[in-house]
Design a protein around this ligand. Structure first.
Ligand code: ADP
Length: 196
């Protein structure tokens, strides 16, 4: 089907500004990235709970949940990881345009994936690097994945046989080797309040 025959609809719908006014918050995407086991989901849950209790509307887009559903056709090649990020970014953008504070938790291992997510989402994107070394994540191994990597059961694993690029720039870097969960959540919420 030709793209020329697709007519996106925005003008007929309630505008993002009106939704922001109704909800008392601005649509934002907090994009958390980092190695498996670095603490993305743990911090996302703490941020969500705190904001929710403060009366904010938060949506969590968790990478593993996407891979169970919408992205279940994708694997872990660079091409599939790029497509995984593209779809999550498009969904994040939709929710943010409806006024939600969106917390994304996806490894997003390459700079080019992060910049494409930033580009897709546009204004309101905040990149947050959840930092922990491969060794620390392997020791934590909350999902038992590092043990499977060690035994050769899992291939194309980020930080092992699939690369992770450290960021040169991030709106926030949270080092979970030195920062407790609630302190990390507080830093994310502080970033959010500066951004809105
Ligand atoms: P990810 O979503 O990045 O794959 P998870 O949040 O699922 O990572 O797992 C991180 C694990 O590390 C959890 O078991 C969590 O309890 C543990 N952990 C230990 N210290 C921290 C910390 N300071 N911040 C976040 N998680 C931590």
């Amino acid at each position: 089907m030709s793209q020329n025959n697709i007519h996106t609809q925005f003008h007929r719908f309630v505008s993002p500004d009106e939704k922001a006014e109704l909800l008392g918050q601005k649509g934002t995407v907090l994009w958390m990235y980092g190695l498996s086991g670095s603490g993305k989901s743990t911090i996302a849950a703490a941020v969500e709970r705190t904001l929710h209790d403060l009366g904010r509307y938060v949506v969590i887009l968790d990478g593993d949940n996407f891979r169970h559903g919408l992205n279940s056709d994708l694997g872990f090649s660079d091409k599939d990881r790029e497509e995984n990020v593209r779809r999550v970014a498009e969904v994040a953008k939709m929710f943010a345009s409806q006024g939600a504070i969106v917390i994304v938790s996806v490894i997003t291992p390459k700079k080019v994936f992060r910049s494409s997510a930033r580009q897709i989402v546009g204004s309101g994107f905040q990149g947050i690097y959840i930092k922990a070394s491969f060794e620390t994540c392997a020791k934590r191994d909350p999902k038992g994945l590092y043990a499977k990597v060690e035994s050769g059961e899992i291939k194309q694993f980020t930080g092992k046989d699939s690369g992770f690029e450290e960021p040169e720039f991030a709106e926030l870097i949270v080092d979970t080797e030195t920062t407790e969960v609630m302190e990390s959540a507080a830093q994310v919420i502080e970033l959010l309040s500066m951004a809105s």
